[in-house]
Write a protein that binds this ligand. Structure first.
Ligand code: HEM
Length: 111
């Protein structure tokens, strides 16, 4: 396979990237084409349209999506986002693990 495509902000902001049939979403610096997932999303298609062509990292993380949700993402990966869009974020899995661990230790801390 050739090197993954790199998407520009212009690509992401295009009307096609916000359309039902060409919907693109940026999460942790990676671009996902999720048109085929719209009808399957347990959280509904509306929230996905709301993040179309945008950096949805925060929205995605705020929900506390499961590892399964993260695995689904892999299926729709189409390329890298614009330079700098990863914001130095750790890969999704470890970011969530880190957040989970931090929360846990906060609540279970003895001292
Ligand atoms: C392509 C990206 C996404 C994938 C693959 C995905 C996948 C999933 C999956 C598998 C679930 C079931 C619960 C779980 O396993 O965590 C879920 C639930 C949910 N998702 Fe997403 N999601 C995506 C993007 C988003 C975004 C951007 C938002 C918000 C703006 C969102 C909001 C929600 C909400 C609110 C639920 C809970 C639904 C409920 O239990 O009633 N998701 N998602």
């Amino acid at each position: 396979m050739s090197a993954p495509k790199t998407y520009s902000w212009d690509d992401l902001k295009s009307s096609e990237a916000k359309s039902k049939d060409g919907l693109l979403m940026l999460i942790h610096g990676k671009v996902y084409a999720i048109s085929k997932f719209l009808d399957e999303h347990p959280g509904g298609d509306e929230v996905l349209f709301g993040e179309a062509g945008r950096d949805a990292t925060e929205a995605f993380e705020d929900v506390g999506h499961s590892d399964e949700a993260r695995e689904i993402l892999d299926k729709y990966y189409v390329g890298q986002g614009p330079e700098g869009s990863a914001k130095g974020a750790a890969p999704a899995k470890s970011a969530r693990d880190a957040a989970g661990t931090a929360k846990e230790s906060y609540y279970t801390r003895k001292e």
